[in-house]
Design a protein around this ligand. Structure first.
Ligand code: UT7
Length: 330
């Protein structure tokens, strides 16, 4: 297949994580769980939990400031500001608008993308489309998640899985052949009830009874979600590579969504990418939904694991169900 010419590139990255580290041993004190169970089933050792008063908007602003500073852009230069989040500060207006106001990005169109853990790659695709259509030159993509704000901390099947954090990237026109070689997005809404927050929207508004049942918090059929994640991430890896005219052997760095080390290993094996080329930080942060991939990318750059010209494969899966993938030449 002919290699596509990139239209856009990621000019810079940034991240923000709360200081507060909560270990598996901390959960042993409040839940019927163990460090051993959590490590063996998920690969998670600890996660960051933001204080009550900090939301996705705050975290997104901090990550965005780092990315903007590294790209050398001023807030007024941003044409489009997209926030991928499953944990918006408010249901109305968007968290992107809150981030816009705080940054002073007065020339931007700001909106949220709701695609759960796949949100970053969805938002990257939207950014690419805006720039390709000539409607924008600079797009700020922010993935900000306060997952612990929608997690029932008395439910051991979900409480130990999630963490808080934000990542941001500045997207602009491609230079020197570097940038996004493929972007693949898919969803299957028929399986929504396997991973969702049943109550709190307009169809099932909050009631006292629902609040007591904690039906406004994340409910997940873990085993079923696991199976779908493995299957869909394999499809996503295939499609991103196919559309980029590459194979797993061409990949220099694989950045999968960080939900569970067993899902990561299965996807890497399927895509024929050896584990030494896979970026893993699920042990330190848990599942931060859409923020996992941009945070991992930022850490990979900081650790010197990304060189100019490298092929990066990114693959995600989440509620919806949604799944998505992208190949980038760095
Ligand atoms: O990011 C979006 C997508 N999300 C995911 O990709 C998550 C996908 N799912 C998973 O990662 C895994 O399914 C989990 C980590 C959530 C669960 O692991 P599992 O190996 O699928 O366990 P399970 O749900 O089948 O539960 C096995 C046992 C159950 O006990 P019984 O019924 O066998 O007696 C659970 O009650 O483990 C029990 N269990 C726990 N035990 C100790 C569930 N949570 C815990 C816990 N500590 N925290």
């Amino acid at each position: 297949m002919k290699r596509p010419k990139p239209i856009v590139e990621i000019a810079s990255t940034g991240r923000w994580l709360p200081d507060n580290v909560v270990t598996n041993q901390d959960f042993e004190k409040t839940l019927d769980t163990s460090d051993e169970w959590i490590r063996e089933r998920t690969g998670i050792r600890e996660r960051r939990i933001a204080p009550r008063e900090i939301g996705a908007g705050y975290m997104g602003v901090e990550a965005a400031k780092v990315a903007m500073c590294r790209a050398g852009i001023e807030p007024g230069e941003i044409d489009v500001l997209i926030c991928a989040t499953a944990t918006p500060d408010r249901l109305l207006p968007s968290t992107a608008c809150a981030i816009q106001a705080e940054l002073g990005a007065t020339n931007a169109a700001a909106f949220d993308v709701s695609a759960a853990c796949s949100g970053f790659i969805y938002a990257l695709g939207v950014a690419e489309g805006q720039i390709a259509a000539g409607r924008a030159e600079i797009v700020l993509v922010v993935s900000a998640e306060k997952m612990t704000g929608i997690t029932d901390m008395s439910d051991r099947s979900t409480a130990v899985l999630f963490g808080d954090g934000a990542g941001a990237v500045v997207v602009r026109k491609s230079t020197n052949g570097r940038g996004v070689l493929s972007n693949y997005i898919r969803s299957d809404g028929t399986l929504a009830e396997l991973l969702w927050r049943p109550v709190g929207g307009v169809v099932e508004p909050m009631t006292h009874e629902a609040l007591e049942r904690r039906d406004h918090m994340v409910k997940m059929a873990g085993r079923e979600v696991f199976k779908s994640a493995v299957k869909s991430m394999a499809d996503a890896a295939d499609q991103a590579l196919l559309r980029a005219g590459l194979t797993g052997e061409d990949v220099d760095l694989f950045i999968p969504h960080q939900a569970n080390i067993r899902i990561i290993e299965a996807t890497a094996k399927y895509a024929k990418v050896p584990m030494e080329k896979v970026f893993v930080n699920v042990d330190r942060y848990g599942n931060m939904s859409s923020a996992t991939i941009p945070i991992a990318l930022d850490e990979a750059i900081e650790q010197g694991r990304v060189r100019s010209g490298d092929i990066i494969l990114m693959v995600a899966f989440g509620a919806g169900f949604t799944w998505a993938s992208s190949v980038i030449r760095w």
